[in-house]
Design a binder for this molecule. Sequence first.
Ligand code: ZN
Length: 235
Amino acid sequence: MSPPIVDLTHTLHSRIPIYPGDPPFASSCATCVPKDGYAVAALSLGSHSGTHIDAPAHFLVNARTVDQLALDELVGRAVVLDLTSIASEKKAISKAELEEALERTWLQAAENREQMPMLLIHTGWSRYWDSEDKKKYYAHPFLSRGAAEYILELGFKVLGVDTLSPDETRLEDEEEGDEDAFIVHMKILGADGIIAENLTNLGVLGDGDGWMVHLVPLKIESCDGSPVRAFATRD
Ligand SMILES: [Zn+2]
């Protein structure tokens, strides 16, 4: 029996892996109980710190920002896809691999399947979140252009991954990105969809559907993204 609520969120602290070039996360005491009688923390962070969502405005001008996303887009039924058996360092997941995994679980299982808004991709990469070797977390598997187009064809509005990005992450010492460098972001956000990154514990959800997933951001005016407390409840 699965637990009734599954936490899909990494804890924020100063050692978390940050997307190359993004501001670091810091939390310090602005006031503290022994000195001031009460504690207030001063937080400093990028909008894409830790487990978070990307609003369409992350990559597009005149697109929706986090404060403009409706709550019913951020709480919804999800299909969880277990791709752990094919996930490896820097692997591009193809449309055919996505199709095969979806057919094995969701497409075949439910002939009259109801359209679901969210697709969560479980690669198992969250196990490297806290690893000493940060490069391991950055060398995550990612989706191909064809896979992103297929996700949209199936009608999903929210894509969640347990990696730093659904696109390949390139470090400074790696070659410059080609035109497909941010293709998954461009496709999903370009369709006015939402991306959730750095999820964890997707393995607890198993393969298939039956979960309501909650990805509610802070309501920050005109902001391109926000950390979320992501969790799943039984549908
Ligand atoms: Zn992001």
